[in-house]
Design a protein around this ligand. Structure first.
Ligand SMILES: [Zn+2]
Length: 456
């Protein structure tokens, strides 16, 4: 990362890094932006920077005219999807024909010329072909048994369009969509090269979002030399082996009363009425609010963990099975799988390691001090005393410490290749140094010895 790199490179990297997080953007004028753009290819091939595919989602605020256009276009795209699906299903059912998007796009061209369907020509042609292509993918997913049979789209679920020709104004930090013009966004466009495709979506709460993905370079975070075990739970979202407890959001439970009231109101509204439509949006907004706060607190936690620790040990929970059980609602609310997904991709970006500890590992029943295993530990017992060494344990902290100890054991005793560390980074030596050398070599790592060191 350092050493024999050309002078000025580190300055450059600092600059691009700052702009990634929107720090320099506000102050950087045109000349700086051009300078950056000119040097982007050089930076891309700089070995220190792994590039990752990153997706962005930005709130959009179309103006009145754009909203009216979009309303019509979403309707048209839904019509095309449903008609194409209908034709495909009928062709297969009645003649055994497997139509493809290419066949249908020929029909589409013919439809555009007819009097009843000339409104199709008002929509960017690439958006329409994209719908047929999406349906192709939906069908191939179905035939590969990855998904269910494609379904008809309903109006209630909002709509989406995928635009291909994004305007050249991208470099001027303006998003111009074909036949729609410049679009007002909630934040500045990221400093990435122009994406091939931009999706514009309206969710059920009536909000508009643009999303796209781009390849970006991300610097590895500096090595901290610390490890942590994380125990996920319902009373606390996460308990860290350092003894810290992160409170569960309980977003759903907190907003449930409000949501219930709105939902009751909705059920009283007459079907097909204007007021029912309005109330529907209010309910959708309440749901969206819950989802937003939840995802925000999850992002805060995972980002913090990735920033502060080199190695993060978590439990490999079977969330699907748990969510069928007694505490299904709170498990869905705590969003365990989303926690793991975020943690994994962020660790990948910044050169951290996430270790999943076997789900059958008895992390709660084991004494983190002496390794004594209890026969049984009821769920309602939050604190217990080890019968062998007499140590007092908090149930969750003890579990987190055991998870950390088992994670360390995996690194030390297991295949070193299971550590996912970027080549060329300095992570490897540093993290290995965490495990006392002699113990690591003899494979006799004891839970107590190592874990107390890192717990501090
Ligand atoms: Zn003990």
């Amino acid at each position: 990362m350092d050493g024999n790199e050309p002078a000025g490179m580190s300055h450059l990297r600092r600059m691009t890094r700052a702009s990634q997080f929107g720090v320099a953007r506000a102050r950087a004028g045109r000349p700086a932006a051009c300078f950056k753009a000119a040097l982007r290819p050089a930076l891309r091939y700089h070995a220190c920077m792994p590039s990752v595919q990153r997706s962005y989602r930005i709130r959009a605020f179309p103006n009145g005219a754009q909203r009216r256009f979009l309303d019509r276009w979403f309707g048209a795209s839904r019509w095309l999807w449903n008609t194409a699906l209908d034709i495909r299903s009928a062709a297969y059912r009645e003649c055994g024909l497997k139509l493809t998007g290419i066949d249908l796009s020929r029909w589409l061209t013919a439809w555009k010329r007819t009097d009843q369907h000339e409104w199709l020509a008002a929509i960017p042609a690439t958006c329409l072909t994209q719908i047929l292509r999406d349906q192709d993918r939906a069908f191939s997913n179905f035939f590969a048994k990855r998904a269910k049979y494609p379904r008809f789209k309903r109006r209630a679920t909002g709509g989406s369009l995928r635009f291909q020709g994004v305007g050249t104004a991208w470099s001027k930090e303006v998003l111009v969509l074909p036949k729609l013009g410049p679009l007002k966004l909630a934040e500045a466009l990221p400093d990435v090269s122009k994406p091939d495709m931009v999706t514009l979506r309206q969710d059920s709460a009536g909000r508009y979002w643009v999303s796209f993905s781009a390849e970006v370079e991300i610097d590895l975070l500096p090595v901290t030399g610390r490890m942590i075990g994380v125990d996920l739970g319902l009373t606390h979202l996460a308990t860290l082996s350092s003894g810290e407890k992160v409170a569960a959001g309980k977003h759903y439970a907190n907003r449930l009363r409000y949501l219930r009231r709105q939902q009751r109101c909705l059920s009283r509204r007459q079907k097909g009425s204007k007021r029912r439509e309005k109330q529907k949006i209010r309910v959708a907004r309440a749901h969206a609010k819950i989802a937003d706060t939840r995802s925000n607190s999850l992002h805060e936690l995972t980002t913090r963990l990735v920033r502060e620790f080199d190695v993060i040990c978590i439990e490999d929970l079977n969330v699907k099975a748990m969510a069928r059980g007694m505490h299904a609602k709170s498990i869905h609310d705590a969003a365990f799988s989303e926690f793991r997904r975020q943690l994994t991709y962020k660790a990948n970006w910044y050169g951290r390691t996430v270790i999943a500890v076997d789900r059958w590992y008895p992390s709660s029943k084991l004494c983190s001090g002496c390794g004594h295993k209890l026969d049984e530990l009821r769920l309602d017992i939050r604190r217990w005393k080890c019968p062998k060494c007499g140590r007092e344990h908090d149930r969750d902290i003890n579990a987190a410490q055991n998870i950390l100890a088992d994670g360390i054991r995996q690194i030390a005793g297991g295949d070193p290749r299971c550590m996912r560390v970027e080549p060329g980074s300095t992570c490897t030596e540093e993290t290995r140094a965490q495990v006392p050398g002699d113990e690591a070599r003899s494979g006799q790592i004891h839970a107590s010895g190592t874990e107390r060191e890192h717990a501090i």
